[in-house]
Design a protein. Sequence first.
Length: 88
Amino acid sequence: MKSFQGKIEKWEIHKLSRNLGAVFTGTVASDSQKFNDGWHMRSSMIVAIRKKADYFEVETSNSIYHLIGPRGDDRVPFRGDAVLSIFY
């Protein structure tokens, strides 16, 4: 079973070039077992994105996240490529 890894706010979903999928970024709001509240994070290997009543549930290859609040406006094409080159 995949573990719930928290609620993420100020989030964006970024496309990757060459149809390689997507990556999401955001700020940890609460409930994370991996990150402290207020930390910026990213996650790739997205398996599914499901619209729920008041949030989006994102399933990655090993975790589940809830994206809460308004979505950011990712206007830069293939920003995901640049995001994946950042090492935390």
